[in-house]
Ligand binder design. Structure first.
Ligand code: PLP
Length: 491
């Protein structure tokens, strides 16, 4: 932890979202820019951490960097003292460069390129997952002292939107064979890991897989391995629904842990939450860059005779001799669809619509412009939101209800922190959104109690083990009952 995060605006009280978005839109306007932008709220991340500590006190979080690798967020998370789940050399570099001690990293990719494995070895990142003999062979060659977690498949009784079982994890029936192979190779297996899948459909997938993990643990213990770590992976919801809330997941996990891994067993429990921590922190603001008002099913009826007879817009066009022409009389507003083209799309931050099954919800920025619309801001019209690229697939929302918007007006979308910035590209030369960081001063002073005192950071640099302990002290300021004795990340 060598410096304070930069570029973070500290507020006494975070203003309403509309006000902040409007403020940033005005700022950009004065700079002659009309980029999409993110508002990143560090306080939201801190609230998630507090909730985690309250509801899952036995489980130490290792944030899954793949979910959102924003540098300021990552620095902030590092400064709270939690650990990191890294999946590649670049992710390891990002975290190590922040001064995070290697003991606070799990290299949780069971398929590691040799050069990345070598890098982990050179930098003492020794906790890592495996699920196959071929990985063991590589580990033996490049990092024989690594501490290994056997990744098992999640219990097959349950489904998830992103199920990883086909790609990762060994079946329970293969666990013994793999553990025996590790033993013969004099490698050190220290525990078990799993991932129930991202966006699991059933909270009990955690309990059944924790039960499976305890069987794998027993196999390892019987072979003489010192099994001390259970990694329960990710899959914690980013947005609560009635069916799947963090509270429900935590209750199921706690009961399963108490049943299969009671505290008396002395096992460190860790997890790799991604979307749970990142989702609420990012709000994406976009603006309308172009607009068309078309008749419903416009595409089908752009001139063919057949469509005059069958499509819903029948009546909008008429035949005059051999030509098809638009009827003169005005078309009812209800038959019209407003198409808005906004400055970020599915090749950018809205890739989550395709890759993560996200259903996004637009909020219209309340501005004086909106309230001066004919019919007032409350009249809603059937609308389509297109992204800015030239690709026809680039559609953010195929159907939504919005007030009549003008070019230049802004919309914002909450809960855009998970699998958005890490998966976006600049296809068509559309730039990725700018980012503005905000934080309330209560959160800020909890994490950075003495921002002007250099000594806080100096002591960290002097002794990296103290670093971890110091950060945990810092977390104590969260009003929760986190048990440091069971959750210290140095294992
Ligand atoms: N850990 C591993 C190994 C993963 O592959 C993923 C997501 O793909 C995560 C953690 C994070 O999952 P989530 O965002 O659902 O918490």
């Amino acid at each position: 932890m060598s410096s304070l995060p930069v570029n973070v605006e500290i507020y006494k009280k975070i203003p309403p979202m509309d006000d902040i978005v409007l403020d940033k839109c005005s700022l950009l306007q004065t700079m002659g820019r009309d980029d999409a932008f993110f508002l990143v709220s560090l306080g939201d991340i801190y609230q998630r951490l507090s909730q985690w500590r309250n509801l899952l006190p036995r489980v130490f979080p290792f944030y899954a960097l793949k979910c959102n690798n924003d540098p300021e967020v990552t620095k902030f998370l590092a400064d709270t003292g939690i650990g990191f789940d890294c999946a590649s050399k670049a992710e390891l570099v990002q975290i190590l460069d922040l001064g995070v001690h290697p003991s606070r990293i799990v290299y949780a990719n069971p398929c590691k390129p040799c050069s990345h494995l070598q890098f982990a070895a050179n930098n003492d990142v020794d906790l890592m997952t495996f699920d196959d003999i071929h990985e063991l062979i590589k580990v033996k060659q490049y990092f024989p002292k690594a501490r290994l977690l056997l990744r098992i498949q999640s219990n097959k009784l349950h489904k998830a939107k992103h199920n990883f079982n086909k790609k990762f994890g060994c079946a329970l029936r293969s666990a013994k064979r793999l553990l025996v192979q590790a033993k013969h190779m004099h490698l050190s297996v220290v525990g078990v890991s799993f991932h129930v899948g991202s966006l699991p459909e059933d909270v009990t997938s955690f309990s059944t897989t924790i039960c499976d993990a305890s069987l794998a643990f027993k196999l390892g213990e019987d072979l003489g391995f010192d099994m001390t770590i259970l990694d329960i992976g990710g899959g914690f919801p980013g947005v609560d629904t009635e069916h799947m809330s963090f509270e429900k997941v935590a209750a199921v996990v706690n009961t399963a842990l108490d049943t299969y891994f009671p505290e008396s067993r002395g096992v460190h429990i860790i997890a790799e939450p991604g979307r749970y921590l990142a989702t609420p922190a990012f709000t994406l603001a976009v603006s309308v860059i172009a607009k068309r008002v078309v008749q419903e099913n416009f595409e089908e009826c752009s001139g063919c005779h057949a469509c005059l007879d069958v499509c819903e817009c029948h009546g909008a066009f008429e035949s005059v001799g051999d030509d098809v022409v638009r009827k003169e009389e005005p078309i009812r507003d209800e038959a019209m669809v407003r198409m808005y083209y906004v400055n970020d799309g599915i090749y950018g931050s809205f890739n989550n619509v395709f890759t993560d099954h996200a259903i996004v919800h637009p909020c219209v920025l309340k501005s004086s412009k909106a309230s001066s619309q004919p019919g007032g801001p409350s009249k809603l019209h059937r609308s389509i939101l297109w992204g800015p690229t030239c690709d026809g697939l680039d559609c953010v929302m195929r159907e939504c209800l919005l007030p009549d918007l003008e070019v230049g007006q802004s919309l914002y979308f909450r809960d855009m922190g998970a699998y958005t910035v890490t998966l976006s590209c600049d296809f068509n030369g559309i730039p990725r959104p700018l980012r503005f960081y905000i934080c309330d001063d209560t959160t800020w002073s909890a994490i950075y109690p003495n921002p002007n005192q250099d000594s806080y950071f100096k002591c960290v640099k002097a002794d990296l083990r103290k670093d971890c302990l110091h950060q945990l002290d810092c977390l104590e300021s969260i009003p929760a009952t986190w048990s440091h004795t069971t959750s210290v990340p140095i294992m």
